[in-house]
Design a protein around this ligand. Structure first.
Ligand code: PMP
Length: 327
């Protein structure tokens, strides 16, 4: 679908996957006005296909659009585009269970010009790819590199938007993590370099040791520099349903390290559309390395992972009305 100044959205079309031809002066190539979303369609045991909370992706997409001075896309157009792509061939949504069809809606400036200002033309496109189970051999904990050199987002910046530039800026920290043998990076806040923000593509949750029957979990609060994850928001509800006391708060690096050392923090997990929930097994940083709990996937992590996946895959009733039936 194309957006042109003065005309709005027009010319929606469903076409075979093919390269785009780009003018060398396309404004996106120079000024990075590009945003995206990621969501999954699952085949349910009855054969129907459903997406998980796609209207949340549409809402976040428009939040990102506003931040990047781009036009908003009406939610019904966002949903219709995603549904049309999935429905054109049901066969490419893999079988039931954790397999899915990953959908990638995105928008970028389509104007040709070198002036630094919001473009007057944009393209919104959705592409898709079948995705296997994230952990085919069983859930495995991930080691994370806590970067103290780079930040993902600063106050007043684009951290709460799903903007391409945020990911470009994170690649160097990601490469450093890989050099330390860690597949993921954890970022701290830009101001004090003290508060845990999130990972490169996932939000974080911290599980407290049970005290007198109280089961507490906490996730970093949305300060404007974190991406408001849809999985994160869904887990706030699911954990509450399961009897956990869930809160959003501030967790410092010291809270994390000392909590693991004295046993008051028993588990840490990351959450996002791709992996749903991934246990964090170990932390490496210039301040030292430590193990999270016993380094194995913990019971709370596995319980929440199952509860969420069961809703997404249709194995459990959709009590919150989160699934959107496509076909
Ligand atoms: N943080 C970042 C930086 C991300 O890219 C993602 C993936 N969209 C998330 C968190 C998790 O968000 P969601 O649960 O909506 O996939």
């Amino acid at each position: 679908i194309r957006w042109t100044e003065g005309r709005g959205w027009h010319d929606a079309e469903l076409v075979p996957y093919a390269p785009l031809s780009i003018d060398p002066a396309n404004m996106t190539l120079h000024y990075a006005q590009t945003i995206f979303e990621g969501l999954k369609a699952y085949r349910r045991p009855d054969g129907s296909v459903a997406t998980f909370r796609p209207e949340q992706n549409a809402g976040r997409f428009n939040d990102s659009a506003r931040r990047l001075a781009m036009p908003e896309l009406p939610t019904d157009l966002f949903l219709a585009a995603v549904d049309a792509l999935i429905s054109q061939d049901r066969a490419w949504v893999p079988g039931t269970g954790e397999q899915s069809l990953y959908l990638r809606p995105f928008m970028f400036a389509a104007e040709v010009g070198l002036g630094v200002r919001p473009a007057n033309e944009y393209l919104f496109i959705v592409i898709a790819s079948p995705a296997g189970a994230y952990f085919p051999g069983g859930v495995k904990p991930v080691s994370v590199w806590l970067t103290e050199e780079y930040v993902r987002a600063s106050p007043g910046g684009t951290g709460a938007a799903k903007a391409g530039g945020n990911y470009a800026a994170s690649l160097l920290a990601q490469a450093q993590a890989a050099e330390h043998g860690c597949p993921q990076v954890v970022y701290l806040d830009a101001v004090e370099r003290r508060w845990i923000e999130e990972m490169g593509g996932m939000n974080l949750y911290f599980v407290h040791a049970e005290e007198g029957g109280r089961r507490r979990i906490v996730t970093p609060e949305l300060t404007g520099t974190l991406l408001p994850g849809i999985t994160r928001a869904s887990l706030l509800r699911i954990a509450g349903d399961l009897g956990y006391e869930v809160s959003e708060g501030r967790i410092s690096v010291d809270d994390w390290r000392e909590g693991n050392a004295d046993g008051s923090l028993t588990e840490v997990f990351a959450c996002g559309t791709a992996a749903v929930i991934t246990p964090v097994g170990a932390v490496k940083s210039t301040r030292g390395n430590w193990t999270v709990g016993d380094g194995e996937p913990g019971p709370v992590t596995l319980e929440l992972r199952k509860a969420l996946l069961d809703i997404q895959t249709g194995a459990a009733p959709d009590v919150h009305g989160w699934m959107h039936q496509v076909c």
